[in-house]
Design a protein around this ligand. Structure first.
Ligand SMILES: [Fe+2]
Ligand SMILES: [Fe+2]
Length: 421
């Protein structure tokens, strides 16, 4: 029964439009007809639904085409209205942007590889699809936990999220797994470690002034370095898995692990080099927390003026760290130099060749690679191969020896991934 309907978030049905498909409500495991097709969706309907805490209506899968046409007509109409008011360029519904930021503010991305059938969870898990959030099936119609996971949960390859308020419960869950996994497969240990570190990075980005967060970041980096040193080739499993993580904390975590990986590949010593590089990489975009969030994840291209503001994140990051913490000098190198290019066309200072430190060079390669292989709302992610051929075309911008090492390292990672997933 469940698969014959799909959820439609309330906000997708617009007041005063006339949907030409039946709308249903879910009551426990049943779907009940709410409004027949071709009835105008009145404001009072919406208010009633909200009052009754109903967040999604349901549409029969047989009506999917009708629903898609309905949404497309609404989009065309909004675009027409915007253009009639003098708007030019690619039209993006402002409601979508607001919604996108709501999601960024209220949810935390989690890794699907941690979940297994039979596990009992004390927090609900959600899907992220087309800028909407859906409760995963195991949790639907069951307001109280704990929830038992079944085989079907998370079968779709979509981003999984938890609500921010459930982070403490999630932390406990991951911690529990880490203890259980001590003797388990190294890939699972890696995923759990990654999830813990990701939460630490997010705390730093939320409050870069907090000494507590920086301390946890430092501990977390030490754990990562240790794991990578101990597990030899298996450290590739620490690196990013999915291509649709566009959050700054996920990106920071990716850059951190890739930098430690590349640092290890070129033989940097664990202490202090790898630890300083790792911490600097984890903090490299901390200045983004001070740039207008509407710019950070703006769907579509930035205007020249917006791009200038965006560039400020580098020095804002250096300053906020210097003002609030006493960190070893080399930690600042990835923060200050990750957008510099060997040819001198980078920012903020336009440094060239030897003016860019080894940590700066490593982080600039890793940073651009992760950005290229990450999907954004307005662009598809490049595959690792496409990203590397892009990098080869602009190779003068990067330290060639490091770039070669990086390519070799990714080759091994891809090989390793093919074995484990
Ligand atoms: Fe950056
Ligand atoms: Fe970055």
């Amino acid at each position: 029964m469940a698969e014959q309907f799909f959820p439609v978030p309330l906000r997708r049905i617009v007041v005063d439009t006339v949907p030409n498909f039946d709308l249903f409500i879910r009551q426990k495991d049943r779907y009940v007809l709410y409004r027949k097709a071709n009835i105008k969706f009145e404001r009072t309907f919406l208010n009633n639904l909200i009052e009754n805490k109903i967040e999604s209506l349901y549409v029969s899968k047989a009506d999917l085409k009708l629903y898609e046409k309905y949404r497309e007509d609404i989009r065309v109409e909004q675009e027409r209205t915007a253009k009639s008011k003098g708007f030019s360029g690619i039209f993006i519904d402002p409601g979508e942007i607001t919604r996108y930021h709501e999601i960024l503010d209220n949810y935390h991305v989690v890794d699907r590889h941690l979940f297994e059938p039979g596990q009992s969870l004390t927090f609900p898990v959600f899907y992220h699809e087309n800028n909407d959030i859906y409760l995963a099936e195991d949790f639907e119609g069951r307001p109280e936990g704990p929830w038992e996971l079944t085989l079907e949960s998370f079968s779709k390859d979509l981003e999984l999220l938890i609500r921010n308020e459930d982070k403490p419960a999630y932390r406990m869950f991951v911690q529990g797994l880490m203890t259980d996994l001590k003797a388990g497969p190294v890939e699972h240990q890696a995923t759990a470690l990654r999830e813990m570190s990701k939460m630490v990075v997010k705390d730093v980005l939320d409050d870069p002034r907090s000494g507590e967060s920086i301390k946890s970041a430092n501990t977390s980096v030490q754990g990562l370095v240790e794991f990578i040193m101990e597990n030899d080739a298996s450290f590739y499993s620490l690196m990013k898995i999915s291509g649709h993580d566009y959050y700054t904390y996920v990106h920071s975590m990716n850059v951190c692990t890739f930098c430690i990986g590349l640092g290890t590949a070129i033989g940097l010593p664990k202490s202090p080099d790898l630890e300083l590089l790792g911490l600097g990489a984890m903090l490299h975009d901390v200045g983004k927390s001070l740039v207008d969030p509407l710019l950070i994840n703006k769907p579509g291209r930035l205007t020249d003026e917006e791009f200038q503001k965006m560039k400020d994140h580098v020095l804002l990051g250096v300053n906020i760290l210097k003002e609030n913490h006493e960190l070893p000098d080399r930690v600042y190198e990835p923060v200050a130099q990750h957008h510099e290019k060997m040819t001198g066309i980078g920012y903020p200072y336009g440094l060239k060749d030897d003016q860019i430190t080894q940590f700066g060079r490593i982080s600039s390669i890793v940073d651009i690679y992760d950005a290229l292989t990450t999907e954004r709302s307005y662009k598809k992610a490049l595959s690792p191969f496409e990203a590397l051929s892009f990098l080869s075309k602009t190779q003068k911008d990067y330290d060639n020896n490091l770039l070669t090492q990086f390519i070799l390292m990714l080759g091994k990672q891809i090989e390793q991934k093919a074995k484990t997933y």
